[in-house]
Design a protein around this ligand. Structure first.
Ligand code: DGL
Length: 240
């Protein structure tokens, strides 16, 4: 089991950043990355559809022998992680939650942060619970098609600048921005440019990678192999 791969999935390319962070931290591990392109975007779907899609990804990765699972998607995590953990109680299942808590802890007394999230994350109980503990200092911003636009413009990301600048227009004085969807890492530089570099940007990827390492260590499941570069197998729901 120790040398089995770690499964990572997202609705598309968003989770690749999470995969990178995991691979950097766990250079002896093998990974299988599953992009659920057939069901992208998760963020515009009702919870039941997201649960079905995310559970199917988990089933596929565990059936391929994965020793642990990383849900590299905020939307799938806040909607489906409890159900997936209930189905696989003895497996390591790591999620990616919007980094609301670390951001709130580090905010200045008067400042506030914008949490850029998908519509499904915005509606979820988990995200709303997170917000409730932050005295209104984390303002949610839903940009409905941003993840899909990123997926379609991944080679021409600057094309998204005008719309993104417009969406952030009412939050010019924010102190921090939370990337509440793994796809939004691709527009991090555009967000930074909007704030002339004077904004702290939070992304949950590093935290998820650290948590994965901690859980593997705790369970004695760290790989014993000595690969210099972690091999990754890429799968998509379009290529069954
Ligand atoms: N990347 C996913 C997330 O982190 C969602 C993108 C989508 O809407 O499919 O929320």
């Amino acid at each position: 089991m120790k040398n089995n791969p770690i499964g990572v999935f997202d609705s598309g390319v968003g989770g690749l950043n999470v995969l990178n962070k995991c691979a950097e931290l766990l250079s002896h591990e093998k990974f299988i990355y599953l992009a659920d392109e057939a069901n992208m975007p998760y963020g515009n779907k009702p919870p039941e559809d997201i649960k079905l899609a995310a559970t199917a990804c988990a089933e596929r990765l565990f059936s391929l022998g994965c020793k642990a699972l990383v849900i590299a998607c905020n939307t799938a995590t806040v909607t489906a992680i409890d159900g997936i953990r209930a189905l696989y109680p003895s497996r390591i299942v790591i999620g990616l939650e919007p980094a609301v808590k670390p951001c709130y802890r580090e905010l200045g007394k008067m400042g506030y942060a914008v949490a850029l999230v998908t519509a499904a994350t915005y509606r979820s109980t988990k995200f709303n619970r997170l917000l409730q503990s932050c005295e209104g200092k984390i303002k949610p911003l839903v940009y409905a098609d941003l993840a899909r636009n990123i997926e379609q413009n991944v080679d021409n990301i600057q094309a998204l600048k005008p719309k993104l600048f417009e969406a952030l227009g009412s939050y010019r004085d924010a102190e921090a921005v939370i990337l509440g969807c793994s796809h939004y890492t691709y527009v991090k530089d555009i967000i930074s440019e909007f704030y002339d570099g004077n904004v702290k940007i939070y992304d949950g990827a590093e935290g998820a990678a650290a948590r994965l390492k901690y859980c593997l260590e705790l369970s004695g499941l760290l790989s014993q192999e000595t690969a210099e570069h972690p091999p990754v197998t890429f799968l998509s729901t379009f290529k069954k």
